[in-house]
Design a protein. Structure first.
Lengths: 115, 113
């Protein structure tokens, strides 16, 4: 199994530019999660999808952030326009309900730097 | 709402020392409990889990027991190695909250040779 795949692994962009982060969940998983990790705020859940439908986006910080999941094998997180305070590591995770324990599998993350 | 509280880090130990990282939780129902580990430059990996009271999760020499009476899930290892240096996250899922994991803030462990 390839695991959760994220791209790019590193992104450096200038303030005001659009940034798109990509995620391919593990095949057969029907839930997908986007997290942001910073030193100041730790690990934050931004949004999650179940069967390609956004279930909870209460963690999305601002309207500059948007996420889509057009099919079961692909999701994007877009920031437009980007700001320096968006610099963080963004993780994607996926899970498949297994009884009562929903184990999440994390991707390697995308390190975003906005200058 | 649900919450997870972990001991502040960093924790610095010598190789072969005994490790305890404390974790307590608040939940309205009966959560499942997890420990995740994050090695430098990587994503989080599930280390162990427990789904009901008195369950003991174990993996790679690490153990944690689900204590409902004290709402705790402390992580222990009898003899740490340099390769255990990482950040450890305690987390819970409660079905009433859907599929959302509630994470603690993480505890950084550094093991000296």
């Amino acid at each position: 199994d390839a695991g959760v795949i994220q791209s790019p692994r590193h992104e450096v962009t200038e303030m005001g530019q659009e940034v798109t982060l990509r995620c391919k969940p593990i095949s057969g998983h029907n839930s997908l999660f986007w997290y942001r990790q910073t030193m100041m705020r730790g690990l934050e859940l931004l949004i999650y999808f179940n069967n390609n439908v956004p279930i909870d986006d209460s963690g999305m910080p601002e309207d500059r952030f948007s996420a889509k999941m057009p099919n079961a094998s692909f999701s994007t997180l877009k920031i437009q326009p980007s700001e320096p305070r968006d610099s963080a590591v963004y993780f994607c995770a996926s899970s498949r309900p297994s009884g009562s324990v929903n184990e999440q599998y994390f991707g390697p993350g995308t390190r975003l730097t906005v200058t | 709402g649900n919450s997870v509280t972990q001991m502040e880090g960093p924790v610095t130990l010598s190789e072969e020392a005994f490790l305890t990282i404390n974790c307590t939780y608040t939940a309205t129902g009966y959560p499942s409990l997890f420990w995740y580990v994050q090695y430098p430059g990587e994503g989080l990996q599930l280390l162990l889990k427990a789904t009901k009271a008195d369950d003991k999760g174990s993996n790679k020499g690490f153990e944690a027991t689900y204590r409902k009476e004290t709402t705790s899930f402390h992580l222990e290892k009898g003899s740490v190695q340099v390769s255990d240096s990482a950040v450890y996250f305690c987390a819970l899922i409660e079905k009433s909250s859907g599929d959302k994991l509630t994470f603690g803030t993480g505890t950084r462990l550094a093991v000296r040779p």
